[in-house]
Design a protein around this ligand. Sequence first.
Ligand code: ADP
Length: 403
Amino acid sequence: MNVLVINSGSSSLKYQLYDMTDESVQAKGKVERIGMESSILSHEVTDRPEVREVSEILDHTTAVKKVLDMLTHKRFGVLRSIEEIQAVGHRVVHGGESFGESVLITPDVKQEIRRLFDLAPLHNPAHMIGIQAVEANLPDVPQAAVFDTAFHQTMPPSSYMYAIPMVLYRKHKIRKYGFHGTSVQYVSRNAAEFLKRPLEELKLIVCHIGNGASCTAVLYGKSFDTSMGMTPLEGLMMGTRSGDLDPAVVPYTINKEELTLNEVNSMLNKHSGLLAISGISSDMREVIQAMEEGNEQARLAFEMYAYRIRKYIGSYAAAMDGLDAVVFTAGVGENSDALRRKVCEGLTFLGVDLDEEKNRIRSGEPRSITKDGSRTAVLVVPTNEELLIARDTYRLIRQGSSA
Ligand code: ADP
């Protein structure tokens, strides 16, 4: 069975085509600048050079059509006809309290995703456009929605409630939801497999450190607490997001700088984090390079970034009353030995004994970076959200057809 995985943004659409008989990626690519002048479609078939096509793509329906044309293209395609696509899986950022797991998309599900637009105004509307664009092109193909928040629906109220008037939760569902759930779930399973222990017996902290960054306490296979909140702004310092700060900073800044709410929102989401403190870049590679060249602001940015991860690890070890393994994943977590070293420096009290040599090794496979005998393991486990979306979609379609 072929499953097409779609991640639809407001002006972009990423895709991966999986053959679920062996979970291999047949082709992948993205359409960028949808609705703007000269949209770009980049398409890559495994082991062949990338194809780039510039044309005018005014909306997502046309973008999906272009992707399908490419997938069935005589020279660049991998399918004989679009009938060979049996299911489509969509990444959906916010599932609110309604979705604790992935679901097949029905009219009711679409209505619920629409109802959640307020909670994820930048993401959910764009996902809905993607779902409708697929429907327009492949009306008979079943679709599934896989939510970034779903895995965290197991958090207890003591983790997810904010200590503000209850009416705000009751009326507006203001609470912690958490994100990166698809990645955390995938990585936790692989970590347990690597450790050769049942996930249901493990206390893990998964640090998904990419452009967006979060820590999650995974207690016996379930999310117990996570650092991102009602939106992805809470928690760790990120590429351009502030992470935790005293909420009083917001009204104070508005007053002092005569900013609008939108401007403060944009400041905290797009102009803070590594970018703001280093004054150089939101990209950890560039910050580390500047730090190594002696730039003090870059050093401060790097140290703050690592320190906050360490603080979350400490607090989640306390929250779970123990810890078997810390797991690093995503762009920075998988690739930056310097960041991992800095975080682990302060974790000796938890029994972390980092192996410098293992920490430096690069590989696309799950691996341990602590010495044999380290009381708490530290692992690097590559994430693959698209594969989990494809797997969930495949499972739902099979369950649906056997029901
Ligand atoms: P996203 O959150 O957008 O999915 P990724 O998980 O792909 O992001 O992470 C992207 C980030 O990974 C980049 O901004 C870059 O800072 C970081 N990164 C990639 N390679 C390295 C590296 N070798 N060292 C440090 N950081 C890296």
